[in-house]
Design a protein around this ligand. Structure first.
Ligand code: ADP
Ligand code: MG
Length: 314
């Protein structure tokens, strides 16, 4: 109560602090399931399903739109990774990273957070967005730079993303994108440089750096490789005929029966890479190739990629 009185006082003295911008600590982040009205499905990936809801406690259609992510297979218990994804997103605060809004817990089971509530980005994933419209090169480069800015922030917090791809970038409007989906994000403790995966399920192998495929070693540098593939997707406007899996399978022609990952490793060891997209500026082509350097230490960090994009965009 005392805290509340103090807060009210602070708010009276600072009219800029509006109630729609609640102070941390005020429990605005619990969403009640009974006030969530389903609008439509937004999309799904390997692990989650995202749905658009209106959160409308007044029940008069004046509520706000939120994106709600639920795990696909929920068999009673809440998996560890899911709680981590929520905690990580909650701890991030950057204009190029999707904003965490709160949790929704099932009635009666108030201890088990099941739904992750985040801000709704009306234009969906970058993949859907790009394949629907003709985007000019300057806008492609702006988006690429914004992804780098979000990634630089993520790395500064010692997180590696491990699943950077156009499907996991969301579009707010024609000049703003944000990184979404932190389902595979891992924390790299101070003093260590990589994370080694044990479980090896549905991995987005065509976005993986060579050392991830060979030794399951994920690092800040392997995110840069995946950024290179994402940049390739942006410049091919996510045309499915030129998608990374399509192109790599074309390069693999005569390898029937062999394991995809093994063939992919051989290909990459021969220095074969995705082709240069049509109408890709020369400097961007060079930059993309540097992201795919076999030696992880030769790949440019996000800070230098940002500077390079700034230069190219001028
Ligand atoms: P998964 O972990 O299963 O890959 P994602 O978090 O990537 O799930 O979400 C799947 C899809 O849902 C995305 O590719 C995108 O199309 C859509 N989506 C996710 N979050 C949002 C959001 N905040 N606003 C709008 N669409 C979203
Ligand atoms: Mg995803």
């Amino acid at each position: 109560r005392c805290v509340l009185r103090e807060l009210t006082e602070i708010m009276n003295k600072n009219p800029d602090i509006s109630l729609s911008n609640p102070l941390p600590g005020m429990n605005q982040s619990v969403f009640h399931k009974r006030y969530l009205k389903k609008m439509r499905d937004l999309g799904e990936g390997h692990f989650g399903k995202v749905t658009l809801y209106m959160y409308d406690p007044a029940n008069d259609g004046t509520g706000e739109c939120v994106a709600v992510k639920a795990l696909k297979q929920e068999n009673g218990h809440v998996p560890d990774g899911w709680m981590k994804e929520i905690e990580i997103l909650k701890s991030l605060n950057h204009c190029n990273i999707v904003k965490y809004k709160g949790l929704c817990t099932e009635l009666g089971k108030s201890s088990d957070p099941i739904y992750l509530i985040m801000e709704y980005l009306p234009l969906g994933s970058l993949r859907e967005y790009l394949s629907k419209r003709k985007l000019g090169v300057p806008q492609c480069l702006l988006f690429a730079q914004q992804i780098c800015e979000g990634m630089e922030y993520l790395h500064s917090k010692r997180y590696i993303h491990r699943d950077l791809a156009a499907r996991n970038v969301l579009v707010e409007n024609d000049s703003l994108v944000k990184i979404g989906d932190f389902g595979l994000t891992k924390y790299i403790p101070e003093g260590e440089i990589y994370y080694r995966v044990r479980e090896d399920g549905d991995s987005p192998v065509f976005w993986y750096a060579i050392e991830c495929l060979k030794e399951s070693k994920f690092s800040f540098s392997s995110d840069i490789w995946s950024f290179g593939v994402t940049l390739y997707e942006i410049l091919t406007r996510c045309d499915h005929r030129q998608s990374p899996p399509t192109k790599f399978f074309e390069m693999m022609e005569s390898a029937e029966g062999q394991m995809t990952v093994m063939v992919l490793i051989k290909l990459l060891e021969k220095q074969l890479r995705l082709p240069c997209p049509k109408e890709c500026p020369h400097e961007v082509k060079i930059l993309m190739e540097q992201c795919w350097a076999a030696d992880p230490s030769k790949r440019p960090p996000f800070s230098s990629l940002i500077e390079r994009f700034k230069g190219i965009r001028q």
